[in-house]
Design a protein around this ligand. Structure first.
Ligand code: ADP
Ligand code: MG
Length: 324
């Protein structure tokens, strides 16, 4: 079923209905990459959850259960990275296809373990079910905030530089979306060099996710510089095969799992000099328009960004992508 309401409007409705009790430990609830809970002074727990479905986020028959398990944990670790946090523990809940439950369950676990070991994450629990439907895996990751504190989506200010941690686009076509590289270390190293005002991981596409930063930051605008956007070779290759151009793919494709962040121009200069992969791609403006400078011209951003509830009508993620 495709709802008329978009994914983000639905979440917004849920968010508006949320009641925060007096004395709540919730520092950050619905609306960011992770929720944040205050435990003791100076100790902040991060929590995030993401569900992956066969046919939408991976193709079990093509990619195998191990790849699905690796990705399922990786996308959650990426949300911890987006807060500049450190992942510590994971819970894994699965609905296994009944006819091959054991093999799929074991394969998933192997993939989960590989990602968990990379980041020293402990698997502390989960839930196992089998049914006649396709494989579904839901992972919850807990983490802790850095000494400097959490980085939300809501701190972008006019005059900030916008940066990304790596090249973008074409991850679905190449299968790179399965090999998530969460930028946990890099986010923390950047934060040690300069205060990060706002940050998000790019799961829905650069313009979609930078759009979330703008909305959560009280509605400033942004100018992107087309020549500065790092375009992944996967996007170049996919563009050669036809359809959308490489820049359009870098701007709109999802599942890169690089980080998009904003900070002062002085901070940006320092971190770009320190980390070669990091690129300054534009700046935040008081003017609410969302523009891209291509050559000498300013144009509105192309439509882009992934919406799960609308996916049936447009670009449809992996199930309708050029993946297979
Ligand atoms: P991300 O892409 O970083 O995983 P999402 O776009 O999935 O973030 O979610 C945005 C925010 O909405 C997050 O804070 C998430 O926890 C929250 N959220 C999503 N779906 C629900 C839901 N059904 N109920 C409550 N909160 C939700
Ligand atoms: Mg995220």
């Amino acid at each position: 079923m495709t709802l008329q309401l978009g994914e983000f409007e639905l979440i917004e409705r849920i968010r508006r209905g949320q009641v925060v009790a007096a004395g709540s430990r919730t520092i950050l609830g619905i609306g960011d990459d992770c929720a944040a809970l205050a435990l003791r002074p100076g100790e902040i727990l991060l929590a995030t959850t993401d569900m992956l479905m066969d046919g939408r986020h991976f193709l079990l028959d093509l990619h195998g259960a191990e790849a699905a398990g690796y990705k399922a944990l990786g996308v959650n670790v990426s949300d911890i990275a987006a807060m500049a946090g450190l992942p510590i523990a994971a819970l894994v809940a699965v609905a296994l296809p009944r006819d091959r439950a054991e093999a799929v369950g074991e394969g998933l676990n192997r993939g989960v373990r590989v990602m968990a070991d990379r980041f020293g994450i402990e698997l502390i629990g989960g839930d196992t079910n089998a049914w006649d439907g396709p494989l579904v895996i839901s992972v919850t990751v807990l983490g802790v905030a850095s000494r400097q504190g959490i980085v939300t989506r809501s701190g972008a200010r006019a005059g900030d530089a916008i940066l990304v941690t790596g090249p973008l686009g074409g991850s679905l076509e190449s299968g790179r979306h399965l090999r998530v590289e969460p930028r946990v270390e890099l986010a923390r190293q950047i934060q040690e060099l300069a205060p990060i005002h706002a940050m998000i991981d790019i799961s829905d596409g650069l313009v979609g996710d930078l759009g979330h930063i703008l909305e959560e930051s009280g509605g400033p605008g942004a100018v992107l510089e087309a020549e500065a956007i790092p375009i992944h070779e996967d996007a170049q290759r996919a563009a050669l095969a036809g359809g959308r151009g490489a820049l359009e793919r870098a701007l709109g494709d999802g599942e890169d799992f690089e980080l998009c962040l904003t900070m002062s121009e002085a901070g940006a200069e320092r971190v770009v000099a320190a980390f070669p992969g990091l690129r300054r791609i534009g700046w935040i403006t008081a003017d609410p328009r969302r523009l891209i400078r291509i050559g000498g011209r300013f144009e509105p951003w192309p439509a882009g960004g992934f919406d799960h509830l609308r996916a049936g009508c447009g670009r449809g993620g992996i199930a309708t992508g050029a993946q297979a």
